[in-house]
Every structure is written in structure tokens, then in C-alpha cells.
Design a protein around this ligand. Structure first.
Ligand code: PRP
Length: 216
């Protein structure tokens, strides 16, 4: 019997795209595609075990070694700051991490001309915000939110947001615009450092298989 390979996938679109690639490699993804309430899913023949988790939990499972590999967005990886091997850029889930706010002068028109003593940044990514502004030597106040971050400037809670922008339609619908681009984002395959040594052959097989899929 080969070693069991455990994959932690960010639930939703990133997992679906990953299943497409894995299926092309001959891995059976029927169970994880239809998980119901089950949390551990299998391709038993190939001894591959899947766990489908919240994006921000993927780096945690991989870092602790209970998952050998994981698929998650670069934004989540940067925020987690864990010492994982980033082995492949999978090329899907593309978006941008940006600073966004009202265009010059529009804040007053929004009816929320609240001025804060310190520049306020609302974000789901407090660590990224701290390091981005820290590198510029800029003092800011970070307001951590867990969704609908665009509300920050709209309702007068913050001056700007640091968030992912995909189509830009949420910004546009709320009268906001991109002010600075922090970095591009896409899905990444990450690997536990110990698994890379102890399960080298199997891990490398998966990395090579996915890599070959991307080249096609
Ligand atoms: C994300 C992100 C933006 C939006 C950007 O939110 O936080 O709000 O998508 O996409 P767009 O540029 O295509 O409009 P998500 O949909 O994950 O929901 P959330 O706000 O509840 O986090």
C-alpha cells in the first residue's frame, strides 16, 4: 500500500478547479465533489484523502502536517505567513490585492466625510496591511472585518480598504476605485516541509502531474 496523501483544499471555486486537474491525472474526485456533510473524502484506490476547509484554514492544516499538500489563494498564504513550500502557481483564481477608496473629492459627496486622527484601513488581511504600510513607514489603524469590506469607506468606518479585486464590480457598485495595487493573486499548491522528505515520491508525483496539466 502506498502512503496516504492528504490534500487540504479551499472550499468552493478553487477546489472545483483543482478537481478538474486531478481528474485529468486519473484521480477519482467523485467523493470530494459531492461531500454532503462528510468532512474527509477519499479516492481509496489511489490512497488520496481530501479535506475541504475554509481558505484561511488550509495553511494551518498543511503547516501542522496533517495535510501533506494544500491549494489556496496567494492572499490567504501571505496573510497566514506560515513556513510552507509554495510549489506551484496553479494559474486560476486570479485577482489582485488592492488598496481602494473613494476617488479624490468623492468622500464628501458620499455623505460620510468622517475624518479620523489616524489613516484607517479596513481589511480581512490585517497582517498584509501591517507589512504593506509598515514598509512605507506609514502609521495606520487597521480595522479587521470578515466580509463586505467595501462598506468600510462607504459607511465612514475607514479611509480605504485593502481587499481582493476580481472583476471590480463590487468597487464600482459602491463608488470606490483602486488606488494602489499591492500584488497579483492566484491559487497556489503548497506543501508541508516534512512531507516533502518523508513522502517524497508521492508528493513529487502529484506536483509533476499537476505541473504537466498546467503545461497542456
Ligand atoms: C470578495 C472581495 C470583494 C469581492 C471582489 O468578496 O472581498 O468584496 O469579492 O470581487 P469583484 O471585484 O469581482 O466584485 P467575497 O465575494 O468573497 O465576499 P465577502 O465580501 O463576504 O468576503
Amino acid at each position: 500500500m502506498p502512503d496516504i496523501l492528504t490534500l487540504a483544499l479551499a472550499k468552493g471555486r478553487l477546489a472545483e478547479k483543482t478537481f478538474d486537474l486531478l481528474e485529468n491525472m486519473g484521480i477519482d474526485c467523485q467523493e470530494p465533489r459531492n461531500p454532503g456533510r462528510q468532512l474527509v473524502l477519499w479516492d481509496r484506490k489511489m490512497q488520496i484523502r481530501f479535506i475541504l476547509v475554509k481558505p484561511s484554514d488550509v495553511p494551518t492544516y498543511v503547516d501542522h502536517g496533517v495535510a501533506d499538500l494544500g491549494v489556496v489563494g496567494k492572499d490567504t498564504l501571505m496573510e497566514a505567513g506560515r513556513p510552507l513550500y509554495e510549489v506551484l502557481d496553479l494559474g486560476f483564481g486570479k485577482c489582485r490585492l488592492c488598496i481602494a477608496g473613494y476617488p479624490e473629492g468623492n468622500r464628501e459627496r458620499s455623505g460620510n466625510s468622517v475624518s479620523h486622527a489616524t489613516f484607517r484601513v479596513a481589511t480581512k488581511y490585517p497582517n498584509i496591511a501591517a507589512s504593506y504600510y509598515g514598509e512605507m513607514g506609514r502609521t495606520i489603524e487597521i480595522i479587521e472585518l470578515h466580509g463586505s469590506v467595501e462598506l468600510g469607506p462607504v459607511i465612514g468606518l475607514s479611509d480605504v480598504i485593502l481587499d481582493i479585486v476580481e472583476s471590480g464590480s463590487t468597487l464600482r457598485a459602491n463608488g470606490l476605485e483602486v488606488m494602489e495595487e499591492v500584488c497579483p493573486v492566484s491559487a497556489r499548491l503548497v506543501c508541508n516541509r516534512v512531507s516533502l522528505k518523508t513522502k517524497r515520491e508521492r508528493v513529487q508525483w502529484l506536483i509533476d502531474g499537476l505541473s504537466a496539466q498546467l503545461e497542456q
